[in-house]
Design a protein. Structure first.
Length: 80
C-alpha cells in the first residue's frame, strides 16, 4: 500500500542488531575480550548486508521480469 515505508539497509541492520547482540553476548567473556564479541557482531553485520542486497537484487529481478511480461502482453493486445 501507499502508507508503507521503504525498508532501508540501515533499518535491517537495526532489526538484526538486537538479534546479533543476543547471539554474540554469550561471547562477551571469551578471551581475547572484547575482540571475539566484536568479531561476532561484525560477521552478523556483513551477513545482513549480503542478505539484504541479495534479497533486493532477487526482488528487483522478479519485478523487472514481471513488468517486461506485462509490457509484452500489452503490446500484443494493441496489435489485436
Amino acid at each position: 500500500g501507499r502508507n508503507r515505508k521503504a525498508v532501508t539497509e540501515e533499518d535491517v541492520f537495526q532489526d538484526i542488531g538486537v538479534l546479533a547482540h543476543e547471539h554474540c553476548s554469550k561471547f562477551q567473556s571469551v578471551d581475547p575480550k572484547p575482540d571475539v564479541f566484536a568479531t561476532c557482531r561484525k560477521y552478523h553485520r556483513a551477513g545482513t548486508k549480503k542478505g539484504y542486497r541479495a534479497g533486493v537484487a532477487a526482488m528487483t529481478a522478479v519485478l523487472e521480469d514481471e513488468w517486461e511480461s506485462i509490457k509484452a502482453e500489452r503490446l500484443a493486445n494493441l496489435d489485436d
